[in-house]
Design a protein. Structure first.
Length: 95
């Protein structure tokens, strides 16, 4: 399986290569990305981002949290719950 490119638009952070076999939260933490993590289970909202590109849609549990944290932001996602399927972009949001 090949790697994916993750971009961080509107930040000073360079693009990074993502290994799709590794947890995204671990990779982002090790790469010192601008995305912060708290619980890593999809309930705290610390990793709230604007996401675009090749990612699977949110599951029902993530949708419930997003409805509370970012009801008017259709591109909002929780980075700890993302499953990339190709190149994608993330921009941190304030919960």
């Amino acid at each position: 399986m090949s790697s994916y490119t993750l971009n961080f638009p509107n930040t000073d952070h360079a693009s990074i290569s993502i290994d799709p076999t590794q947890p995204l939260s671990l990779t982002l933490t090790l790469q010192n990305s601008p995305i912060l993590f708290g619980c890593r289970t999809g309930i705290c909202g610390t990793c709230l981002v604007s996401a675009s590109g090749n990612i699977l849609p949110p599951n029902e549990d993530e949708q419930e949290v997003l409805a509370l944290l970012a009801p008017d932001f259709p591109s909002a996602r929780l980075a700890c719950q993302l499953t990339p399927t190709g190149d994608f972009s993330l921009t941190p949001l304030k919960p």
